[in-house]
Write a protein that binds this ligand. Structure first.
Ligand SMILES: Nc1nc2c(c(=O)[nH]1)N[C@H]1C(S)=C(S)[C@@H](COP(=O)(O)OP(=O)(O)OC[C@H]3O[C@@H](n4cnc5c(=O)[nH]c(N)nc54)[C@H](O)[C@@H]3O)O[C@H]1N2
Ligand SMILES: Nc1nc2c(c(=O)[nH]1)N[C@H]1C(S)=C(S)[C@@H](COP(=O)(O)OP(=O)(O)OC[C@H]3O[C@@H](n4cnc5c(=O)[nH]c(N)nc54)[C@H](O)[C@@H]3O)O[C@H]1N2
Ligand SMILES: [Mo]
Length: 793
């Protein structure tokens, strides 16, 4: 039986302009598209005609829009309704009572007010991390932050799960993080100049369809094709062969996960030992290269980090490491590191070591050379589109200074009053009594979901706005049904977008769903600041106002009416940005254009970081053994290294109920890729139901055997909706969510980033009657008399 697995999902064909013309325009994180209505009542997404490579995720939109898991009415957890607010186990299997809007709003407003009066504003957590949907006005977090700011403030969150570790590290070593995040060479420059790309984590084609806020033209697939046509060689350093599409001239280095730093140090050793490094570059543009070189050559700790040393750790033969280093020195070489590498314990190290490696080559700031961070992580890395600041909703000030690095959410809830290190400071967790979340799915994004479930038991009240009955909605006390982007008017575009898209309303709201803005305006009204929140405008008037302010300072922008009628405005091009790297000025004259680091240069050793004395982030790039990697003591018991990376078939947990995601499930669960040798050793065949487990939890998955993963490595992407089987502690997820397995520890005490990418696990064939997947049905919903709602199909 063929397994319906999509390794790197194929793109949909580009649209013809005619079918787009009679569709309603909109945009999304996976691209701009039109919504066409079908005779039977369904919808069909039509790609934007200017998009050379529309996202396969478009195919997930129709199924998700009207799925049975859409939330129809406000709902309150029965225990909360009956016993009032207070700490309690918040489990996904407790029924909800559907209540009228006024009642739900009254309850939420009164509880917000009580918490503020009794515990102060810092007892409200409103960080609300998550990707919500595209659209500049209805952006859920912006709306919530504006509301909570006017409410008197809230404990907020900083940074991201995406690249939170790098964001803290980079200011110490390059100054502005954008210098390497988006300042490295553009794709056209790479295809014109680069001879060798050494891609740690690859350039995964599955990821480049996504850009936060929207994208009209997906250009990276075309650039990857251009690389292939030009014959640019790519050294793919990844445990997964699918991290680079077939096409470019590829040498695969199937590195053991979590060991890239050792490999980079081995490469650096060869360069230094054989005198292939650029000493003049190091002297002029870097600080601390002597400290770094002394460490690499073994002068500090007696261990030379040579290719043999590196090989024993990373599993790449020493002669291949030496040969690669020599080739790097001999060519215009771009060293790139995907964000995934820093989403791990000691995640600073591969980023810093990769930068140091590129510095040794002396090509930083040259077209097509140097260091890049995020090619293949996001669609707009290396994009040449205009960088226009698009209109946005003003959030206003937040009077509460308390914040957490976003990946510390469970620690925040579990350990009020405890202190912790962050970015050179010592911070303390406030005591959170109320959590208000809109536009994010912590039961998707956070690690160790069993622990997160305990953490969500601590606050008095959890309020969630959601479109669907996600695991987060199921762990809330008060649930507000939110409209999706298709059910309201807005405009949107991403950071490098070529178009600002008018997002016309193309579907009626499901059930009684309301816009997040409307929910918050109603709460603000009850709390006495309704007029301040809305400024007396309807959503349409907000759009006209925000657009109008922006158009007034944007040359050539049409009137709102013309923009709305046309469905888009193509933004003016800014050609000057296309070929220069942000570091080009620094390279031309480091004295005149210094970096904002203490030395003004690239810091290969940082005295500031060293002075912090952190055991998990020393003052120069170093190989530090993580707790969970193939060489760890626990690997004797848990011999497989799980890669929990981004899914090819959806955006995080979004669109998991859509056709593209469902088509790739195996045995009804998320697909787990594993090597045939590992499968044979466990009597696992293609398509088998398997149990993936470690000490933190377990999940079921469907086995897919493939030689495109390194032996000893299994891949289970994120995003299958968490479906805890009742009665299991630690949790068993019936559906295949890898975050029951990942550890909730910080990347380091410097940055407190997320470590979700890796975990040690074991896999076994599942025998017996499997628990069913229940999460694709709504939870039990009661009406106010306690009867089960009969609305469900
Ligand atoms: N193990 C592991 N975990 C990871 C990662 C990993 O690599 N490994 N990656 C991490 C990364 S990089 C990220 S960015 C996070 C992503 O984590 P999230 O951003 O939290 O994931 P999403 O599924 O995009 O959640 C967005 C939610 O918003 C809802 N939504 C959409 N539109 C609206 C709206 O208009 N209003 C409201 N109220 N809700 C709306 C959607 O239904 C969805 O539930 O996951 C992280 N988690
Ligand atoms: N289709 C789709 N695209 C997306 C997203 C999505 O949910 N769906 N999410 C978007 C978001 S929010 C973000 S932040 C970006 C994330 O961008 P990334 O963090 O770069 O994406 P990942 O897919 O998590 O990881 C990239 C690759 O790194 C490899 N890798 C993992 N561990 C190691 C290691 O130790 N060493 C090496 N050399 N390689 C390793 C994995 O095989 C993986 O496929 O993706 C964006 N793009
Ligand atoms: Mo992300």
């Amino acid at each position: 039986m063929p397994v319906p697995w999509i390794p790197s999902a194929p793109a949909s064909p580009p649209a013809d302009a005619d079918s787009y013309a009679d569709a309603s325009p909109t945009t999304s994180h996976w691209g701009a598209f039109g919504v066409r209505h079908l005779p039977g009542g369904g919808i069909e997404p039509v790609p934007h005609p200017a998009d050379p490579s529309p996202s396969p995720l478009l195919g997930g939109v129709p199924g998700a829009l009207r799925h049975v898991t859409r939330i129809h009415r406000p709902a309150v957890r029965r225990g909360w309704l009956e016993h009032g607010s207070g700490p309690r186990e918040r489990r996904a299997d407790e029924p909800f009572v559907e209540v009228p809007w006024d009642e739900a709003l009254d309850l939420a407003a009164a509880e917000l007010d009580r918490v503020r009066r009794e515990h102060g504003n810092r007892a409200v957590f409103g960080g609300s991390y998550g990707w919500a949907s595209a659209g500049r006005f209805h952006h859920a977090q912006s709306q919530l932050h504006r509301f909570l700011g006017q409410f008197g403030g809230f404990t907020s969150s900083r940074n991201s799960y995406s690249n939170g570790t790098s964001y803290v590290l980079l200011p110490y070593i390059v100054g502005d993080p954008e210098m390497v995040l988006r300042g490295a060479s553009s794709w056209p420059t790479i295809t014109a100049h680069t001879e060798l790309i050494v891609a740690f984590g690859g350039i995964p084609a599955k990821n480049v369809h996504v850009t936060p806020g929207g994208v009209t033209r997906h250009t990276t697939p075309g650039h990857l094709a251009a690389l292939a046509a030009r014959g640019t060689r790519v050294a793919l350093v990844s445990p997964l062969r699918d991290d680079l599409p077939d096409g470019p001239a590829t040498d695969w280095y199937p590195v053991r996960p979590a060991t890239d730093t050792a490999l980079m140090l081995g490469l650096a050793h060869t360069l230094l030992h054989e005198g292939l490094h650029d000493q003049a570059f190091l002297d002029r543009y870097t600080a601390g290269s002597d400290v770094f070189a002394a460490y690499v050559l073994g002068k500090t700790d007696g261990t030379a980090k040579d290719a043999d040393w590196a090989s024993a750790i990373c599993g790449i033969p020493a002669d291949r490491i030496r040969a690669l280093a020599r080739r790097m020195a001999d060519a215009r070489t771009l060293v790139t590191v995907t964000w995934s590498l820093q989403r791990a314990q000691h995640g600073e190290q591969p980023v810093w070591a990769g930068l140091a490696l590129a510095a040794l080559l002396g090509q930083i700031g040259l077209p097509g050379g140097g260091f890049g961070h995020g090619y293949g992580s996001m669609g707009d890395t290396g994009d040449t589109g205009p960088q226009t600041r698009l209109p946005h909703l003003p959030q206003g000030p937040n009077p509460v200074p308390d914040f957490i690095p976003c990946a510390r959410i469970a620690d925040l809830l579990l350990h009020p009053g405890e202190s912790y290190d962050y970015d050179g400071a010592r911070l303390r967790y406030p005591d959170i009594r109320l959590v208000h979340w809109a536009g994010g799915n912590p039961f998707h994004h956070h690690q160790d979901l069993g622990r997160l479930r305990r953490a969500f038991g601590r606050p008095d009240t959890v309020i969630v706005h959601e479109t669907h009955w996600t695991a987060t909605a199921r762990h809330a006390d008060i649930v507000f049904p939110a409209t999706t982007a298709l059910e309201r008017e807005d405009f949107g575009g991403g950071r490098h977008d070529t178009h600002l898209i008018a997002m016309h309303r193309s579907a009626d709201p499901v059930g009684e769903a309301r816009d997040d803005h409307a929910v918050l305006a109603a709460l603000a009204g009850r709390l006495g600041f309704g007029e301040r929140f809305t400024e007396g405008r309807t959503p349409r008037q907000w759009l006209e106002h925000l657009y109008g302010e922006w158009a007034a300072r944007t040359e050539g922008a049409p009137s709102f009416e013309d923009f709305w009628a046309a469905g888009e405005w193509q933004l003016p091009e800014q050609p000057a940005q296309q070929t220069r790297t942000l570091l080009a000025d620094f390279r031309a004259d480091p004295g005149a254009a210094p970096l904002t680091t203490p030395s003004g240069r690239i810091e290969l050793a940082s005295a500031r970081i060293a002075a912090l004395g952190l055991p998990d982030c020393p003052g120069h790039p170093a190989w530090l053994e993580p707790d969970e990697w193939p060489g760890a003591p626990d690997a004797a018991r848990l011999p497989l290294l799980l890669i929990a990376n981004q899914p090819a078939t959806r955006l995080h947990s979004q669109l998991d109920t859509g056709a593209v995601s469902l088509a790739a499930k195996v045995a009804g669960r998320e697909a787990l890729q594993l090597h045939p040798a590992d499968a044979a050793a466990r009597s696992i065949s293609d398509g088998d139901l398997v149990r993936v487990f470690n000490d933190r939890g377990a999940c079921l998955a469907g086995a897919v055997l493939t030689g495109r993963v390194r032996p000893g490595v299994v891949r289970l992407p994120t995003g299958a909706w968490f479906d805890p089987v009742p009665g299991h502690e630690p949790p068993l997820c019936a559906h295949g969510n890898p975050n029951v397995l990942t550890a909730d520890i910080p990347s380091s005490r410097l940055s407190q980033g997320c470590v979700g990418q890796h975990a040690l696990v074991e896999v076994e064939r599942y025998e017996g009657d499997p628990p069913p997947v229940t999460v694709r049905r709504p939870p039990v919903l009661l009406d106010s008399d306690g009867a089960t709602s009969d609305r469900l199909p």
